[in-house]
Design a protein around this ligand. Structure first.
Ligand code: ADP
Length: 440
């Protein structure tokens, strides 16, 4: 099995060590990052994301614990070797671009190569080809101030790649950009990961970005408090079952390890629609629902098969009940496509707008189904909570708790019963929309 590229063990970083203002910004972090992974460090401001990133970059030596990159302690390197490491193994992109204002775009990109044995013409050729690749080749002779923020950031993406680094670090690279430029920069970084197969470590506090990463580390108060595996990306780090976002589908996958995702979806829905049916009826029910989920029969045919007598191979559900079930099934499938779209990595021109809209739509659907009237704050909290659950920031139990929690602490102040019903229903929709990655 491949060894991790970056290993941190009980890593602590202490600022102003020994002084009265000593501060421990990382408090014993453990990570294994594999070559080719896209990792996002996520969490509130001040939790230690940048500290971890700059420590990996070779600028912040461990106060305690160890940090190994390609098996080496880079802090033990002699200075010249450390500089070589920072220049050739690591590339970096900053939130504020950090371009030199008095230099042309092409000179900014060529600058990191100046310490290599390459003549000026070669340096310029390489810089220009990277600028072309990132869509800013036509402005290479302008100074940075003449470019838009999005263009400047794509210039810094080009600069970060100029020495062909193994690892690309990005410190909130879209923090200063509008949504269109954000999408362009995110797509370029994604391409560097998927096409150039470079390892990416990105600091972000934007939940809309999480779906790009293989894994997300959630930090709080200098610690990694959770690691979430993105079920939409094929994992590089060996993943144990249950490490992906835990949906009902996953629980079923553990109970029925040889069943396909499709079958599990069927089980999930049947289990929701039926509660007092015999084993025989359930088996027939599963067959009918399978046809419906696969799109082989429509809603009317579903109702017919549900109503049909047992002798004729049906489930023998009273007609009124069959109609209700068909309506629920139809609604669930319809809304599960929103979950799918929310988690989709591509094809969104305006990722913020559409993701927010999708979460709002799910919120409206849920409050409709459960006849819950929400005020403005509850509405906002609910959208955030839905986004958190769909991206795996919170698990099912935490989602449920947040529904009950007070509005001031980002909850919805629902009753326990409302919260339980809503959670149960929403989990079913998620199960229809999210795949179980290790089964694909
Ligand atoms: P994040 O990137 O998650 O916003 P940082 O890693 O920048 O957080 O900072 C983590 C904590 O360390 C914060 O409380 C911050 O105030 C503190 N910190 C960061 N840099 C320094 C520094 N150079 N000296 C002292 N404290 C610092």
């Amino acid at each position: 099995m491949a060894k991790p590229l970056i290993v941190a063990r009980d890593l602590s970083i202490i600022y102003n060590q020994g002084k009265s203002n000593e501060f421990k910004a990382l408090q014993g972090v453990n990570t294994d990052i594999y070559e080719g992974e896209y990792i996002i460090l996520f969490g509130p401001s001040g939790c230690g994301k940048s500290t971890l990133m700059y420590s990996i970059q070779g600028s912040l030596p461990p106060g305690e614990g160890t940090l190994l990159i390609r098996g080496d302690d880079v802090y033990a390197y002699p200075p010249s070797e450390r500089v070589y490491f920072q220049r050739h193994v690591m590339g970096i992109i900053f939130q504020s671009f950090n371009l030199i204002p008095s230099l042309s775009v092409i000179d900014n990109v060529a600058l990191p190569m100046i310490f290599c044995d390459r003549d000026k013409a070669t340096r310029n050729r390489r810089a220009q080809s990277l600028l072309d690749r990132f869509g800013v080749g036509h402005v290479s002779h302008k100074i940075p101030a003449m470019l838009s923020g999005g263009q400047q950031q794509r210039v810094s993406v080009a600069r970060s790649m100029v020495n062909d680094p193994k690892i690309l670090l990005a410190d909130e690279p879209t923090g200063n950009l509008d949504s269109v430029s954000t999408q362009q920069v995110m797509d370029k970084i994604d391409e560097i990961n998927t096409f150039d197969r470079r390892t990416i470590i990105m600091v972000s506090h934007n939940a809309a970005h999480l779906s790009y990463a293989h894994r997300v580390y959630y930090l709080k108060d200098g610690l990694i408090v959770r690691e979430v595996v993105n079920p939409q990306r094929k994992q590089i780090k060996p993943v144990r079952e249950g490490e992906t976002i835990v949906t009902e589908l996953e629980q079923l996958a553990r109970l029925f390890p040889y069943d396909s995702v499709e079958t599990l979806r069927v089980k999930s829905m049947v289990n929701f629609l039926t509660q007092e049916y015999s084993f025989d009826q359930l088996n027939r029910f599963e067959r009918v629902i399978a046809f419906y989920i696969q799109g082989k029969i429509d809603r009317d045919a579903l109702i017919k098969s549900l109503v049909l007598s047992k002798e004729r191979g049906g489930v023998e559900v009273p007609e009124k009940e069959a109609r209700r079930m068909a309506a629920v099934a139809e609604r669930m499938i319809e809304h599960s496509s929103d979950i799918k779209r929310f988690r989709a990595r591509k094809g969104n021109d305006n990722i913020f707008f559409s993701q927010h809209k999708l979460a709002e739509r799910m919120r409206d659907h849920l409050s409709n189904v459960f006849h819950i009237k929400l005020n403005k704050e509850q509405n906002e909290n609910m959208v955030e909570l839905i986004a958190d659950r769909v991206t795996g920031v919170v698990n099912e139990a935490e989602f449920n708790q947040r529904l009950i929690r007070g509005i001031r602490s980002r909850g919805l102040a629902l009753s326990e019963r409302e919260a339980d019903e809503l959670t149960r229903y929403f989990e079913k929709i998620i199960a229809q929309g999210v795949d179980v990655s290790y089964k694909n």
